[in-house]
Design a protein around this ligand. Structure first.
Ligand SMILES: *Cc1c(COP(=O)(O)O)cnc(C)c1O
Length: 424
């Protein structure tokens, strides 16, 4: 006897395969402000000695972003190396837990190296090659951006040095081994707290020593002009694809688009392709740690004030004297006291809304995603899904909430185990 799977158990195959969602992507879809200003935010608050190098990178990006050959090479590597377009997946069992809107997950966890960071690393490594530098440097905290940069440099045959705090080197050893295997040199920074901030200072010192020969590859939509613009332009591949895929899948645009906000690169890349769609709400999830009413959080927009950090005017966590405050999040990728300046502007104008998500809410959601959809998300991404489920619960079944799942959770297994054992 043959058995035919019932219609209820097996989703019907689509009539045709979705169109190539990457087609039609442009790097110059959004304006590049000449001075890097996003309203009152952004700009270039840097030492005089770095001005020529930053200006050269800005001029090179202004040129590359509208060069069809540069775009063609970026799109080729997105397809052949990163594995784009990444799927937009309907998540009905997860959505059922909120009993509201349909939930769609943009699967950046399926990008090569397991997160969206590679989209940026490949694009900037192509620019570094175009500038003819001899070396790319980067800083890394948990090691994810270091691995993405080492990967891009290996592919393009560029020397790579990653600055990393000595304490982080101990905590994140598998990523150190990955970087070294990929041919990068990991420079241990043995100063200060021996973590990310000290690694940033060390990388800037190396850059100042040879601003013409070195390209400093920044990993999020933060820092001095042109980095917030350039990282946004490259990460907009996420939102461009998601918009095409959502129209293909549902016949309409989502009611809300959601992403987590550390420095703000996967979120700005998700948001901007929807920014001109008046009916689409934009929502960012910030890391609330133990809660925004406690000192242990990393919610720079919800809990911060206007100030200058790492070369840009933006929202950041600071005390009454303007000293940057220590942060806490269970997720290393969201544990940063500032945020990209374009988010500060989107918050000020009201076009996007930012919400706190605590460690506990993110960890409960992480387990839910594992068990309902068979995906182990990064802890960062679980913050976005948690917010997405809150928004879905407020909406009806004929509406759609689109959530960017920024990365996979394999890197977080030790943290997840410690949390479940009550040790975090
Ligand atoms: C680094 C990281 C983030 C946070 O960085 P953004 O620049 O805010 O996107 C989020 N998710 C994952 C998986 C990361 O690795």
């Amino acid at each position: 006897m043959t058995t035919t799977p019932s219609a209820a158990a097996m989703p019907e195959a689509p009539a045709r395969e979705p169109d190539d969602a990457l087609a039609g992507f442009r790097l110059d879809a959004h304006p590049m402000p000449g001075d890097g200003a996003f309203g009152a935010f952004g700009g270039s608050w840097i030492p005089e000695i770095l001005v020529p190098a930053a200006s050269r990178i800005a001029a090179a990006w202004a040129d590359a972003r509208r060069d069809p050959e540069f775009l063609a090479e970026y799109a080729h590597l997105c397809r052949m190396f990163i594995g784009r377009p990444t799927p937009l997946q309907d998540a009905p069992r997860l959505a059922a837990t909120a009993s509201g809107a349909q939930v769609l997950l943009k699967r950046e966890d399926l990008a090569h190296t397991g997160a969206h960071k590679i989209n940026n690393a490949i694009g900037q490594a192509l620019l570094a090659r175009r500038l003819g530098v001899t070396r790319v440097i980067a800083e890394t905290g948990a090691g994810q951006h270091g691995v993405a940069t080492a990967t891009a440099c290996a592919l393009l045959g560029i020397e790579c040095v990653v600055h990393m705090g000595a304490h982080d080197i101990e905590r994140q050893h598998p990523n150190v081994e990955r970087m070294e295997l990929l041919g990068a040199r990991v420079h241990a920074v043995d100063e200060g707290t021996r973590t990310l901030t000290d690694a940033v200072s060390s990388a800037i010192r190396e850059w100042v020593g040879d601003p013409d020969g070195i390209y400093y590859l920044i990993g999020s939509a933060v820092g001095m002009h042109p980095f917030p613009t350039m990282v946004r332009d490259l990460q907009c591949v996420i939102g461009h694809e998601a918009r095409v895929q959502c129209l293909e899948l549902t016949g309409s645009l989502p009611g809300a688009v959601v992403a987590c906000v550390g420095g703000g690169s996967n979120s700005i890349g998700t948001f901007m392709p929807f920014a001109a769609d008046a009916g689409v709400e934009l929502h960012g999830a910030e890391a609330a740690g133990d809660g925004v009413d406690t000192p242990r959080h990393a919610a720079s927009i919800v809990g911060g004030r206007d100030g200058v950090l790492h070369g840009a005017r933006t929202m950041l966590l600071q005390d009454a004297d303007g000293q940057v405050l220590p942060t806490h999040s269970i997720s290393a990728g969201l544990d940063y006291p500032g945020v990209g300046p374009e988010h500060a502007q989107l918050a000020a104008s009201g076009r996007a809304t930012y919400h706190p998500v605590t460690d506990d809410e993110a960890m409960a959601t992480l387990e839910l995603v594992c068990r309902t959809e068979g995906i182990i998300p990064a802890i960062e991404s679980a913050h976005a899904v948690a917010l997405g489920l809150r928004l879905a619960a407020e909406r009806s079944a004929d509406e759609t909430v689109l959530v960017t799942l920024s990365g996979r959770g394999d890197k977080d297994l030790a943290t997840i185990a410690a949390y479940r054992a009550g040790r975090v």
